[in-house]
Design a protein around this ligand. Structure first.
Ligand SMILES: [Zn+2]
Ligand SMILES: [Zn+2]
Length: 398
């Protein structure tokens, strides 16, 4: 067998071994203690300068190549990011030899694969050292909560480890295996949550005129909120407003005093995000005032939109073309309404976020993210590693 094929096989086996080990021991947000220990140990074994406990369980590992003066600044510094957390979902994978050994938890979003790809890039670059500058491998906690990136930044990530640009990927069921897809601008949505508290006046179910019925008011609010997207948002833009919980303190024969409505909104741009909040507040306050009820409206930003920078997206597309071939690259993929904590990094540093196809059609990799049967497709591990390594070579040329 040719030497390069033998090396490729060893490389794929190493990455798959790491991935399966992570898969067996899933840990959820900010509890990635043994996961981050494993990541740090592998990075140290590759000779990198590893820093632990950044934003909780976060890790930064530096690989410097270049400049005779030893400063290692070379052509700058690039961040390559992976996420480490699993989900509180009970895995349903009969016969999966490396299934989760932690009841009620699993890597159902493929972050086990993301870690292995980024570790693979570190291994490739630590061996080849064919660039000039600094690569910082960033392993963040708590992506699913949308809290980990902020925690690392609040802990001084960008001051202690400055970077000129940052790159990340997410595996994507529904995209053919190994296809790399991205776009300039919004690729993943912002997520905001809201809580509407309506206080009326409870009364006997048979004597409604004695009270103020918050349930009828709440029902009007749920329907009226659907006019925000259809009547207030520019039809050329997109947004989602979903009420997901409706809670009352009523009983069968008593009209309640309190109603709480909770829900979730998605959008791609800060101005649409602001518009949703403003219009929703006006509708809730207006309808409650009309009926003489008291209203509190709470709106919280959970995830920033993931907005790709044009120049970095062009560089990512070129790197993808080198490693995957032109036919396997999509430079203008449709954005996805789900949210991603990577968006926070892109508010501070230029960069790009891309999807890497996990499988489509009847392929096992097509099972959706966050499904109990989902699994990361091991076949794309070496490709992901080579993609990141190519980005580093192109960003920090010798
Ligand atoms: Zn997820
Ligand atoms: Zn994810």
């Amino acid at each position: 067998m040719r030497q390069d094929i033998v090396q490729d096989t060893y490389f794929a086996k190493a990455l798959t071994g790491w991935r399966h080990a992570f898969h067996r021991q899933p840990e959820t947000g900010f509890e990635e203690v043994s996961t981050s220990h494993t990541v740090a140990t592998i990075l140290e074994s590759l000779g990198l300068d590893v820093h632990r406990h950044i934003g909780g369980t976060g890790i930064v590992a530096n690989l410097r190549v270049g400049n005779a003066d030893g400063s290692g600044s070379g052509n700058g510094a690039i961040g390559i990011r992976a996420d480490m957390d699993a989900l509180s979902i009970a895995e349903h994978a009969p016969g999966r030899s490396y299934a989760s050994q932690v009841p009620g938890k699993m890597h159902a979003c493929g972050h086990d694969g993301h870690m292995s790809m980024v570790l693979g890039a570190a291994k490739l670059l630590a061996e080849s050292r064919d660039f000039n500058g600094t690569v910082r491998f960033i392993f963040q906690p708590a992506e699913e909560h949308g809290r980990g990136a902020k925690a690392m930044i609040a802990d001084g990530l960008l001051e202690r480890f400055p970077i000129d640009a940052i790159y990340g990927v997410h595996n994507m069921p529904g995209i053919p295996t190994g296809r790399i897809a991205t776009r300039t601008g919004g690729i993943m949505a912002s997520e905001d949550n809201f809580v509407i508290r309506i206080r009326g006046r409870g009364t006997h179910a048979a004597r409604p005129h004695m009270g103020v019925d918050p349930l009828v008011i709440g029902a009007q609010i749920v329907v009226a909120l659907q006019t925000v997207v259809s009547r207030s948002v520019d039809p050329g833009e997109s947004a989602v407003v979903s009420c997901t919980e409706f809670i009352t303190d009523g009983i069968r024969n008593a009209i309640p005093t309190n109603v709480v409505i909770k829900g979730d909104t998605r959008s791609y741009t800060p101005h649409v995000q602001q518009l949703l909040e403003t219009r929703m507040r006006e509708i809730c306050m207006g309808i409650c005032a009309m009926h003489g009820a008291h209203c509190e409206f709470e709106y919280t930003h959970e995830f920033a939109p993931t907005m790709n920078w044009a120049e970095n997206t062009a560089l990512a597309v070129r790197a993808a073309t080198v490693v995957a071939g032109e036919a396997m690259v999509d430079a203008d993929v449709a954005p996805v309404m789900a949210s991603e904590d990577f968006g926070v990094f892109l508010q501070h540093v230029p960069g790009n976020f891309a999807f890497i196809g996990n499988g489509s059609g009847d392929e096992p990799g097509a099972i959706p993210l966050h499904n109990a049967c989902y699994d990361f497709n091991d076949a794309i591990l070496p490709l992901g590693a080579r993609y990141f390594a190519q980005i580093v070579r192109d960003s920090l040329p010798r």
